[in-house]
Design a protein. Structure first.
Lengths: 239, 239, 239, 239
């Protein structure tokens, strides 16, 4: 499987706290464990030409992972649109954490994708509510993260097609933390954790879920529909 | 309930076949039966200033009905965006027939909303597949239309939250003809029939479904969420 | 609307703590606020003949509310089956708290309906996650109950058609506390709160949700399908 | 993967028309193409001891395929119940054609599972409506069967979690022909075609869908939840 990990890659260069945790960027860590799992992984970042997402890169990507936060607006409109089109044509998409506000995700959802948030070292406990779903394979009853940014409901998304994880936060909130959507021939997995000031992407269970998500999102050859004016297949009666 | 019926209102002025059927416009016929049902109904059309959809009109509309076909592109971007925002804030939306390709619907769905079509006087039979849904009240096992434009799958929409009608077409196709979606606090009902060259909106059962849809789509006071940075409700432990 | 409130009515007669809170039974309190809201309400309890649920009573009930806990097994098989059949024919059903384990609910769900639980005075905060749903009308961002029994995930139910509330519990769990299902022509609303040792059904917001649920669950005349051997509607070609 | 193909195996022994098509039984044909695809396949039939479904057989089955028609009532209650329990624990289930009325499927659905039917050599055209779903891999825009028994809506099932195929029938009906459900840790795929008097299970595309369905239904190790009384994970405040 060909995976591209896209990262905004700004916090890691500008904030020493983040540099300490992810010296080569969040994308580097994510690409690392996916390569170890045997995938063919590339990375792309905001400040590369075309944000590293040329037509050719997109055409050769089976599943795209997206992390962004403070520079969503700097993603060029036509590139966001091209990514959306590739999803509709069948590329899988894994949307991480603050990428809920990315252009690509908002275009695909049609809603504000807004939510409540707080940086206060909340403990997060993500409960599995869909234990038949392959994205939960290898996970226990819940997945706990000692300290994370809080995201709270209401999360303004369309009703997910599958709701997989619900998070409990120490400060009193809940959140739909793992959710899937289909758009066109593409499958989308939103997964909440991963604030840049915490070492969340080193967590083995978080890595397991992302691997499961990538595997689930891959499209191995579903039908391509033809649209537009169509001749009748059956005879139509004279009236 | 305050209803606004929006119509492109071009075919009726340009095509004598359509003028014969809807001399005062499709919106006039729809507004008529909704008024008879006791609602407070206004109309708005493309060629009015602001397409008849000022901020004030939108603010005072509980449910908006939308019919458009050949001039989707002439709907101004900021007005389409304002309508979308009002839906997210709670205004109901009933999307009719070729409005599947309207800017408003496509923005809310996040997909191409493409489909197959044919103008060949197909017979259409819409089967009720959700007989517990209030939008089916007063309808029998199916609703039949002698001649209509064919719309065929695949209909490139997100999975509907509720699938209410499935159409059978004489020429060999099927279509998800009645479907609901929620976006933000707004409820959306897509209803397929109503090509301009057929007298479909005079059909009593079609009228019944539109009335049911309007009633279902109305929001009578659901919660308004607050988004953004939030203080903890519970004490957070020292770590 | 004709509502029947069914209650097991055992704890109230046997446990002084419960007697103090609900001297005339939980059903009496629920019937009271629904009558005040203008409905025609009857009650029925386990120890009445036929558990108070004769064919006639069921035939004249638009929406049935069910509370049970320690005596689910004493509900006669054929009465549970008759209630299920009436739901499939269009009677609404509101299932409260420990009735998740009732025969009627389990028959309709097809799963174990099991869950985690604890009686430890947990604080419960039910967050609205579907702010377009009429069952949330009049409620704020969340509904808080100072002390309640905890119910925790995994709740072994089929994926709800609509997920309306998610509860946060002080002890670290989450729960899908408000959820809807359709079965046949019947609409079902499961609503979590209401352990017998707490005065939960006096809570005005809990009452509001139950009223909303009853209103939502009522069937005003949806199609009755015919099943079995069917003649073709269209001509079938000779082959 | 360990697959067990269960077949009633009566028509094939009693009706010469069926014997001609499936001389060694429908199960034999299905087992054949699944073995060719590399799976480890066993068969079991109604008239074997325990219907061929001992505890050991069920424990060693990853995905069970079920075909039944005229003898649903002869399936022993406790065996149907044991199969249901295994599904809730994670065994996949593929339910074919007239097995919509099997005890196992009805117990899992909670509804009557009734439908319209006709044996009149209708042409069936199954349209793909979920082109992102792995069960559609390798299929075109639709799958056509020259002659089949008609099944028509309303199909009295709970709303499927995923609707994959909708059938068009020559005589004027539609049907939700491919649909998925989850119950407990088990995944269920209902697939309509396969009346015993037609050679449907020799159709390469039908075989492809069944193979896709089996692959999709397999559970590779999702979480096993603990139910019942639970200690708090977090400290609960004194009140």
């Amino acid at each position: 499987m060909n995976i591209t990990v896209w990262n905004e890659y700004r916090h890691e260069k500008e904030n020493p706290v983040v540099t300490d945790i992810y010296p080569e960027g969040i994308h580097h860590v994510i690409a690392g464990f996916l390569e170890e799992a045997g995938h063919n992984v590339k990375t792309a970042t905001l400040d590369e030409e075309h944000h590293g997402l040329t037509e050719e890169v997109l055409a050769n990507t089976d599943v795209l992972i997206w992390w962004g936060h403070k520079a969503h607006d700097e993603v060029e409109e036509d590139i966001a649109e091209a990514v959306k089109q590739r999803v509709l044509e069948g590329m899988g998409l894994v949307v991480l954490h603050s990428a809920h506000f990315s252009k690509v995700f908002r275009k695909l959802m049609g809603t504000t994708c807004d939510l409540k948030w707080r940086e206060a070292d909340d403990r997060e406990r993500m409960w599995v509510v869909d234990p038949a779903h392959p994205i939960t394979e290898g996970i226990g009853q819940y997945l706990e993260i000692e300290k994370e940014e809080m995201y709270g409901e209401h999360f303004d998304i369309p009703t997910p097609e599958e709701l997989i994880f619900i998070s409990w936060f120490e400060g009193g909130e809940v959140f739909r933390s793992g959710a899937t959507f289909k758009r066109g021939r593409g499958k989308i997995f939103y997964f909440r954790p991963g604030h840049e000031t915490y070492p969340t992407y080193y967590n083995k269970e978080v890595q397991q879920v992302i691997q499961n998500g990538v595997k689930w999102a891959q499209n191995e050859g579903t039908p391509k529909h033809v649209y537009g004016n169509a001749q009748p297949i059956e005879n139509i009666s004279e009236k």
